[in-house]
Design a protein around this ligand. Structure first.
Ligand SMILES: [Zn+2]
Ligand SMILES: [Zn+2]
Length: 214
């Protein structure tokens, strides 16, 4: 680091290039690790951790990095506002791929939102895929997969949207009704129908209609 500093004879900003001497001293940019003059660097305080109440860590950065960071932070916050997975994913991966040192609180908010939207999208897609289940024997397996997806999301502290949760509950009820109905229909096809079985079937049909089984 000292060698690198001594070998840098002038400000790394291509538009500045002022020579370093005892009056024009070197400032180190924490983000891009270049040395710059005082005019081309900034000093500010940043949050040390997500839980920090106030900005406690001083950080020195070049003006180029600061501009890049501010832009990425603004883009990330705007992406979060859309609550669209693909938009958030794009902004989030841009920050990761380019190692942009955005504010830890914004980064945390991005991670939480990214995970939440990813899980919700996955659950919603699964619900769409089980709209028609050709084999009733796999229905209970589908119910298990769906409920496991919810459990995994909750274990990761994902705060699933109430609309998603209500879709999950509705889908689970519908699948179970459909499974019971189709199971009984198959059973009654093999044996002589008793009054009891007809009653059960009637109840199941009612339940299935309630849960909008197509
Ligand atoms: Zn820099
Ligand atoms: Zn400079």
């Amino acid at each position: 680091m000292i060698n690198k500093a001594l070998n840098t004879k002038q400000c790394s900003n291509s538009k500045c290039r002022s020579k370093f001497d005892f009056k024009n001293i070197r400032y180190y940019c924490e983000s891009c690790t270049r040395f710059l003059c005082i005019n081309c660097s900034t000093s500010q305080r940043v949050y040390e951790s997500v839980n920090s109440e106030e900005k406690e860590r001083p950080v020195c950065r070049c003006t180029d990095c600061l501009t890049k960071i501010k832009k990425a932070e603004e883009d990330m916050l705007n992406a979060i506002k859309t609550m669209d997975f693909l938009v958030v994913d794009k902004a989030y991966h841009f920050i990761l791929a380019n190692h942009i040192d955005i504010d830890v609180k914004i980064l945390h908010q991005a991670q939480v939102t990214h995970l939440k939207l990813e899980k919700e999208l996955d659950i919603n897609n699964f619900i769409k895929n089980v709209a028609h289940v050709p084999d009733y024997k796999t229905i209970l397996k589908s119910v298990k997969i769906l409920n496991d997806k919810v459990a995994t999301a909750k274990s990761l502290n994902v705060d699933l949207d109430p609309i998603v949760m209500s879709a999950v509950n509705q889908c689970t009820s519908r699948l179970i009704s459909e499974r019971n109905l189709r199971f009984h229909m198959e059973m009654s096809g093999h044996v002589e129908s008793t009054t009891e079985q007809v009653d059960t079937l009637g109840q199941l049909l009612e339940k299935a209609t309630e849960n909008s089984v197509a």
